[in-house]
Design a protein around this ligand. Structure first.
Ligand code: MTE
Ligand code: HPA
Ligand code: MOS
Length: 775
């Protein structure tokens, strides 16, 4: 398989940057990854006598617990104890946004896989065996699995949210075209390679340390304290790295960590709990399925004058992060388009599925799929290419996002037109047309997918981070922040920041584990903002240290401070290299009793949002881009391949091109998986049918696009992005939405009678049915 990676657009700029910001930098974790030496929770050295735990969880999606008999399980040799809600000294409550989720079920179960008890034994094997010996009697209650059903029954998590701009009702009357329709996008399994898990150990005086595979160490700490009824300072959380999170560990790592803490609290012994894949798939929440309806109105010249949408979010059995995710659906409902009249509503529907949760894009992709569907529908009805509608409505500088933020440094049109020119859209289209004329049983389809994604936690108070930087006596540096490394390369980026400020080699810098004792009260590593927030805090701390070092150097060298700077491990005076090097400077600073440690706090400036008006300036900035997706469908089988995905992406001034390209490729493929392959299925009793990797298909080496190109847009970057290098974690996932529409276009080329349906994922089965669908 050949993959072309081109960076021509930035080639000329390579020499401008310092050594630390070399474009070619790799994710520094890759060294231990490929040697199998990277440490995960399961690799922690456990102390002698450690117990192993397994979660006993509900075999029904909804019901009253009539009776549970643990006696046979408890009698099994090697079983230490079984913990239930009755053993909770504090509150049986883990809900973060809304207090609606118990750690362990009490009288009722609300989803298949809901935790009921923790079995603690000498080995995991014994605990699993004991689990099979538990007798439970549940009286069935009605099960809701779809959002629509929940809406009909009035089953909601909270009150609906609505955003609006202009007057949609009036605007629809003035439209030349008005179309309505419905869409569905399914959930998505995170499939982090490292399953949920934690290891708790007792320290002295009832203190507990938890090693957790979490994106949100503070959430784990606060929830453990709440459940145990102890002060937060008694609980220490430590995270080295995650074997992937993708949002699935923003909130849902918490219960498992808390369970280990609960057992440790009672037993005064270490307890380890790692879900096996089967348990993880069944018990944890996923991306939210959405059932949505839209109404779109256009003028003759294809301007979208009005857009209305109602989003039914399948939230699952408890709130988890659903309200925040619902909010981001509204923020991204108009994707890259300026529409003067918009009204949207989202309902978080309470069902009997595991509470659905954060997943790369955080509700944004679900909103964007609906507007792209509405555009595809309108184009098909009017008889134009969707591209014409997309292009006619792209955001421009100073347009107002419908939530009130004025668009600045907008790159929507730049990315779109760069993609069209650089990749020669006419030639690509001609290739598709020619191919389709010549081939009867294979058809190609092409689609463009523009993206606009807001960077910042939509909940303004969460946009802060801290960094604790030590320079040690020998000139080596240790950095602690709130950032959790989960494969996205944030540790490398933070090292680059420090190496850049001090002008020392990356090898002199170490990123410490993420630990609540060193950096407290943190927001989770999420919202693509981890490098911005923690990088900026690191930048601030390093700059403060640099000022101190410069003062010492100025005294040593008898030169004014303003003339001093550090370069390549030496002190320079007015660009003249002195004999004072980095290590000596550090020891002089120490001898002068000047602090070599700094703790900095960063909070994103300027952002705000007023929830009473649903207006404000919630995002530090936006990330833009455009993808061109081409597919070939085998019209005998319904199977398909993606020939190429060509992307123009707004990285700002990327500080780590290798890492950022990895994020674009990974995000894209995850998005394509969501839109085409990955099919979560629950039966009507609420049992997960796609409960193993034999029944849940994710993209593999055979199904990834044959070629991915991701060329940087040349832009100035943004002041609020770390060293002007824009956030890149989530936005590329949404390029994958283009895959759905490329497939539709290929189907249309084969079957002109195909009536567009917007029901993702577009699996091979669905393609096959569409190919032979009659009107
Ligand atoms: N990349 C890898 N390899 N592993 C992950 O778990 N998570 C994604 C994205 N990229 C993830 C990833 C998600 S959901 C987010 S929010 C961002 O990374 C978080 O990291 P960042 O804020 O540093 O971009
Ligand atoms: N994005 C991701 N995670 C979050 C957010 C957000 O906007 N808000 C709360 N958690
Ligand atoms: Mo990402 S869904 O914000 O963890």
């Amino acid at each position: 398989m050949h993959k072309k990676k081109t960076y021509t657009a930035l080639e000329s700029k390579k020499n401008e940057v310092s050594n630390a910001l070399k474009k070619s930098i790799r994710n520094l974790d890759s060294y231990t990854h490929v040697r199998g030496e990277s440490l995960y929770v399961d690799d922690v050295n456990i102390r002698q006598g450690t117990f192993h735990a397994v979660v006993f969880n509900s075999p029904k999606a909804h019901g009253k617990i009539k009776h549970i008999d643990y006696s046979k399980a408890e009698a099994l040799e090697g079983v230490e104890r079984i913990f239930t809600y009755k053993d909770i000294p504090g509150e049986n409550q883990i809900g973060g946004i809304i207090a609606d989720e118990p750690l362990f079920a009490e009288d009722e179960v609300h989803f298949w896989g809901m935790p009921i008890a923790l079995i603690v034994a000498e080995s995991e094997f014994i605990a699993r065996k004991a689990r099979q010996l538990i007798d439970i009697e549940i009286e069935d209650l009605p099960v809701i699995t779809t959002a629509k059903d929940a809406k009909e029954k009035g089953s909601f998590i909270n009150a609906p949210r609505s955003f609006s701009l202009g007057d949609t009702e009036k605007a629809f009357e003035e439209c030349d075209y008005v179309f309505e329709g419905e869409t569905f996008s399914n959930g998505q399994e995170h499939l982090y390679i490292e399953a949920q898990g934690a290891y708790a150990e007792p320290l002295e005086n009832g203190n507990i340390k938890i090693t957790s595979s979490t994106q949100g160490p503070t959430a784990v700490q606060a929830t453990a304290a709440r459940v145990l009824g102890v002060a937060m300072h008694k609980i220490e959380i430590d995270v080295t790295r995650l074997g992937g999170g993708f949002g699935g560990k923003e909130d849902q790592a918490t219960p498992y960590a808390v369970m280990t803490a609960l057992a440790t609290y009672h037993l005064n012994q270490s307890v380890k709990l790692i879900l096996n894949r089967h348990d993880d798939l069944r018990m944890t929440g996923k991306r939210h399925p959405y059932e949505s309806s839209y109404k779109i109105g256009l003028s003759k010249d294809l301007k979208i004058l009005a857009y209305q949408a109602e989003f039914l979010q399948n939230s699952g059995a408890a709130a988890d992060l659903s309200p925040a995710i619902a909010e981001r659906t509204l923020f991204h409902a108009t994707n890259s388009y300026f529409i003067p009249n918009v009204s949207t509503t989202v309902l978080s529907c309470k069902t009997n599925l595991p509470p659905n949760t954060a997943f790369r894009g955080f509700g944004g992709p679900q909103g964007m799929f609906v507007i792209e569907s509405a555009i595809a529908k309108a184009a098909s009805e009017i008889g134009v290419s969707p591209r014409e509608i997309q292009e006619a409505n792209l955001l421009e500088e100073n347009d107002e996002f419908y939530y009130g933020q004025i668009a600045k440094q907008v790159e929507a049109k730049n990315a779109w037109h760069s993609a069209k020119t650089l990749f020669n859209i006419e030639a690509l289209e001609k290739e598709v047309e020619d191919f389709n004329l010549k081939n009867k049983n294979f058809k190609k389809g092409l689609a463009l997918m523009p993206i606009t994604f807001g960077i910042s936690f939509t909940n303004t108070p969460m946009n802060h981070a801290r960094a604790l930087v030590h320079i040690y006596l020998d000139g080596s540096v240790g950095i602690s922040t709130a950032a959790v490394e989960m494969g996205q390369g944030v540790n490398t980026k933070i090292m680059q920041v420090a190496a850049h400020v001090f002008s020392i080699p990356i090898e002199k810098i170490k990123i410490e584990s993420t630990n609540t004792t060193r950096v407290a009260n943190t927001s989770p590593s999420a919202a693509s903002a981890t490098a911005d927030l923690n990088g900026k805090a690191t930048l601030k701390a390093c700059k403060a240290l640099l000022e101190r070092l410069k003062k010492v150097a100025s005294e040593e060298l008898n030169a004014p401070e303003k003339d001093i700077h550090l370069k390549d491990e030496f002190v320079y005076v007015n660009d003249k290299k002195s004999t004072l090097n980095w290590t000596e400077l550090i020891s002089k600073t120490m001898l002068k009793r000047v602090a070599l440690t700094e703790n900095a706090h960063y909070a994103t400036p300027e952002i705000h949002f007023d929830k009473t008006k649903e207006k404000g300036h919630p995002f530090a900035y936006h990330v833009y881009g455009t993808a061109i997706v081409t597919t070939t469908v085998d019209c005998t089988r319904g199977t398909y391949e993606f020939d190429s995905v060509k992307i123009i992406h707004d990285y700002g001034k990327s500080m780590s091109e290798g890492i950022d390209l990895g994020q674009v490729e990974g995000g894209l493929v995850q998005g394509i998986g969501w839109m085409t392959l990955e099919e979560i299925a629950y039966n009507e009793d609420g049992r997960l049918l796609s409960n193993a990797l034999s029944t849940y298909k994710v993209p593999d080496v055979f199904s990834v696009p044959k070629s991915i190109e991701a060329i940087p847009l040349e832009t100035q970057g943004h002041e609020q992005a770390i060293l002007k290098s824009k956030a890149v974690g989530e936005p590329p996932l949404m390029y994958g939405i283009g895959a759905y529409f490329a497939l539709q276009n290929a189907i249309k080329a084969f079957n002109p009678n195909y009536k567009l349906e917007f029901h993702a994922p577009m699996t091979a089965e669905k393609v096959l049915m569409a190919l032979y669908q009659n009107p």
